[in-house]
Design a protein. Structure first.
Length: 399
């Protein structure tokens, strides 16, 4: 039943509703009486889901120029601010075994995508391969990577929405399992003859990497928005000159100017992390980046309808199967390298859960590993978009 005879059409009204949803969810997620609730159902889900409800009830339109503009300009800007804090040198020195296990988990996701398509393809929509590719970006990087691959490959919202449901349910169930295993880590390490000395070494080396954001002055805020706006403008302008759909190479056939803008913004963010612009993270650059990213999420949700959930059950089964395959690949690499289960768990959650949950899982095993989990998740943020595009191409070939 529709809430209104006609949805809102005024762009300012649409923006006001979407920002209100984002603001209220973030306030409740940080409010002590309701904070516990968001431990079970994360705020990002509600930021996506509530606009969907608003669309279903007729408050928001299914399509609007506002949605396209936000995705086109805010998403690259968010990626740039989120990647300013990347510590590439720190990731390189994290240790070959930890990095290898984390990258093995990435391989499990990338190869698992086409494998799941072969196993479950007969029950999935025709273009499900595009959604699987986008989901792989989230499970090798994070939500920003998932949105980037969605934009790069023009994934229809009817395909993308059920993948968001899978991305909400499966990773948190996996996180619960990994945390449960922490009670048995000594037995597991002993059974697999793991070299536990690397845990103390890694945690000691990277414990000091976390920094406490300072209160930004007006000049810092203006600089952040100026930098993200200028780089986004450059990426969007340059993207129009690059090969588009219909090019000779298969990769080009699925990357339009909007997709190139996302790829360029990702690359620019990593490169800027080597410059003095990196200092902006000390004044909360990533927090402003997440604010933009969540706003993009509201516009994606507003274009969707609850009718898209009809295909979710089989996708959830596929999601758990996919994560199980990833877990086996990660375990095989970890056992071969005599890696402690704490590092394997942190590496896996860095893939599946991202920067928000990888430090939590790592800290449950060993408080000193919190920074290690964060660094591995940051590595996933760097690679996620590229690996998501690779997985999409592999899925396209086997569909």
């Amino acid at each position: 039943m529709k809430l209104l005879a006609a949805p809102l059409t005024d762009p300012l009204a649409i923006v006001a509703v979407l920002l209100s949803i984002e603001g209220v969810v973030l306030l409740l997620a940080d409010w002590k009486p309701t904070r516990k609730f968001f431990d079970y159902v994360p705020g990002m889900f509600w930021i996506y889901f509530l606009p969907m409800i608003a669309n279903t009830l007729g408050l928001l339109p299914a399509s609007s120029g506002v949605y396209d503009a936000v995705t086109r300009y805010f998403l690259p800007a968010a990626l740039i601010l989120l990647l300013l804090s990347v510590d590439v040198a720190g990731i390189v020195h994290l240790g070959p075994r930890a990095l290898t296990v984390m990258l093995a988990g990435c391989v499990g996701i990338v190869l698992g995508g086409p494998l799941m398509l072969l196993m479950f393809g007969r029950w999935l929509p025709k273009d499900a391969w595009m959604g699987i590719g986008a989901l792989s970006a989230s499970w090798t990087g994070g939500s920003a990577n998932m949105l980037a691959v969605k934009a790069a490959n023009n994934v229809p919202d009817s395909i993308f929405l059920p993948m968001v449901v899978v991305d909400t349910i499966c990773p948190y169930a996996w996180m619960a399992l990994l945390m449960l295993l922490s009670a048995y880590q000594t037995r597991i390490d002993k059974f697999f003859h793991a070299d536990v000395s690397m845990v103390e070494e890694l945690s000691r080396r990277y414990k000091s990497l976390q920094q406490q954001p300072q209160a930004p002055a007006l000049r810092h805020i203006v600089t952040m928005f100026m930098l993200s706006a200028l780089v986004t403008w450059g990426c969007v302008a340059l993207s129009g000159a690059l090969p588009g759909q219909g090019g000779k190479l298969n990769f080009y056939q699925y990357v339009d100017p909007r997709g190139w803008a996302i790829i360029l913004a990702t690359t620019a963010g990593v490169l800027l992390s080597f410059t003095p612009a990196k200092r902006l993270e000390g004044f909360g650059a990533s927090r402003f980046g997440y604010a933009m990213l969540y706003f993009v999420l509201t516009t994606i949700g507003a274009k969707a309808s609850l009718a898209a959930l009809a295909s979710a059950p089989i996708l959830i089964v596929m999601g758990f199967t996919w994560i199980a395959f990833h877990g086996l690949v990660t375990l095989a690499a970890g056992v071969a390298l005599r890696t402690p289960v704490s590092v394997m768990a942190a590496a896996s959650q860095a893939n599946i859960g991202g920067t928000a949950s990888a430090p939590v899982v790592a800290g449950v095993y060993n408080p000193g590993l919190t920074a290690v989990g964060l660094l591995m998740a940051v590595l996933g943020n760097i690679l996620g978009t590229y690996l998501g595009l690779l997985c999409t191409e592999l899925c396209r070939r086997v569909k």
